[in-house]
Design a protein around this ligand. Structure first.
Ligand code: ATP
Length: 320
C-alpha cells in the first residue's frame, strides 16, 4: 500500500490516540501517505478524511479518548454501505485502512477488505474481550482506574464497617473484574464466565471472614453479571452488614493511558503498517504472550474465548 487511512470505531479506549499516532508516524517513516478518518466508518462514508502529517498527531499520546472521534455506523453495517465506503476509498486513492476497535469493527474491516480495500484490525477496547488477543489497548488503563476508584471506596467502607458492591465494566468478559478484584482484595468477584451461588459464594464467604475478624468487605461485580443493586440489598438482608452499591461506569473508559497501553498501542500500530507495506490484508494485530503477531481476521473472529481459570482460583483462594 502507498496511501493508507486510519480510523477508530466502536467504543473508545485510552491508548487509541497512541495507536493513531503510531500508524501515522510509521506510515510516514515508510514513505507512505496517510489519512485520518473522523467518526469511524461514518466518516469514511461521508468523506471526513484529512491528510495527516508528523505534527498532526503531536501531543495526543498522553490523552484518553480518540482525537479521530469514534462512532457506531448502522449505515456501514449493510452491503450497500460497505460498497459505498470502498468506492469512497478508491475515489481518494486509499489502498489500505487500519481499523482500531473491537470485534464489531473487525467484521466491518473484513467486509471492506472483501469489497477490495485491504484492511488491518488493531484491538482497541477496555474490556479485553477480543478472543484472538491476550491484550487489548485500553485494558490496563481501565483496570488501574477501577482499582484506584475502589481503593477510595474502600476508605469509606472501612470507616463504616460496611460492605461495598462495586460494578466494573466487562459485558461478556470478566477480565477487568477478576484482575481488579485481586488487586483490591475483594472478598468475592463475580464474572460472567463463572456461575455463582449466592449463599456459598457471597454470604458464606462474608460470614466466615467476619468470624475471623474482618469488618469491611468489597465485592466486585462485572457488568455482564449486573444486578449490583439487588446483590447489595440481599447481602445486607442476609448478613446484616450495611451495604452500598457503586457502578463505576464510564469513568473507566477515560483518562490518560498507562505506560503499558501507550507502548502496546505504539507496537501494534507499527505492526499494522508493516503488514500493509508488505502487501498483507484482512489481518488483525494481536498480542500473544508478550509478542505482537497477526492472524487472519475471519479466523480471529471465530476463535473461542478463553478464561484464566487459574487466576480465578487464585482470586478465590485469596479472598478470605
Ligand atoms: P466495542 O467492543 O468497544 O464496543 P466494537 O468494534 O465491537 O467495539 P461495534 O459497535 O460492535 O463496536 O462495531 C462498530 C462498528 O463496526 C459498527 O457500528 C458497524 O458500523 C461496524 N460493524 C459491526 N459489525 C459489522 C458487520 N458484521 N459488518 C460490517 N460492519 C460491521
Amino acid at each position: 500500500a502507498k496511501k493508507i487511512a486510519v480510523l477508530t470505531s466502536g467504543g473508545d479506549a485510552p491508548g487509541m490516540n497512541a495507536a493513531v499516532r503510531s500508524v501515522v508516524r510509521t506510515a510516514i517513516s515508510f514513505g507512505m501517505e496517510v489519512y485520518g478518518v473522523k467518526h469511524g466508518y461514518n466518516g469514511l462514508l461521508r468523506g471526513e478524511v484529512d491528510k495527516m502529517y508528523l505534527r498532526s498527531v503531536s501531543n495526543i499520546i498522553q490523552h484518553g479518548g480518540t482525537s479521530l472521534f469514534t462512532a457506531r455506523s448502522p449505515e456501514f453495517n449493510t452491503p450497500e454501505g460497505v460498497q459505498k465506503a470502498a468506492d469512497k476509498c478508491r475515489e481518494l486513492g486509499i489502498d489500505g485502512v487500519v481499523v482500531i476497535g473491537g470485534d464489531g469493527s473487525f467484521r466491518g474491516a473484513r467486509d471492506l477488505t472483501g469489497a477490495g480495500i485491504p484492511c488491518i484490525g488493531v484491538p482497541g477496547t477496555i474490556d479485553n474481550d477480543i478472543s484472538s488477543s491476550e491484550y487489548t489497548i485500553g485494558y490496563d488503563t481501565a483496570m488501574n482506574t477501577a482499582m484506584e476508584m475502589i481503593d477510595r471506596i474502600r476508605d469509606t467502607t472501612e470507616s463504616h464497617d460496611r460492605c461495598s458492591v462495586v460494578e466494573v465494566m466487562g459485558r461478556r468478559c470478566g477480565d477487568i473484574a477478576l484482575n481488579t478484584g485481586i488487586a483490591v482484595g475483594a472478598i468475592a468477584t463475580l464474572v460472567p464466565e463463572v456461575p455463582f451461588d449466592f449463599e456459598k459464594d457471597l454470604v458464606d464467604r462474608i460470614k466466615y471472614a467476619q468470624q475471623t475478624g474482618k469488618r469491611h468487605f468489597i465485592v466486585v461485580v462485572a457488568e455482564g453479571v449486573g444486578h449490583s443493586e439487588e446483590i447489595c440489598k440481599r447481602i445486607q438482608e442476609e448478613t446484616g452488614i450495611e451495604s452500598r452499591a457503586t457502578i463505576l461506569g464510564h469513568v473507566q473508559r477515560g483518562g490518560s493511558p498507562t505506560l503499558r497501553d501507550r507502548v502496546v498501542a505504539s507496537r501494534m500500530g507499527y505492526h499494522a503498517v508493516e503488514l500493509l507495506r508488505d502487501g498483507k490484508s484482512n489481518r488483525v494485530v494481536v498480542m500473544q504472550g508478550e509478542r505482537i503477531v497477526d492472524f487472519d481476521i475471519t479466523e480471529a473472529l471465530n476463535m473461542p474465548r478463553t478464561f484464566d481459570e487459574k487466576l480465578y482460583k487464585i482470586s478465590q483462594d485469596l479472598s478470605r
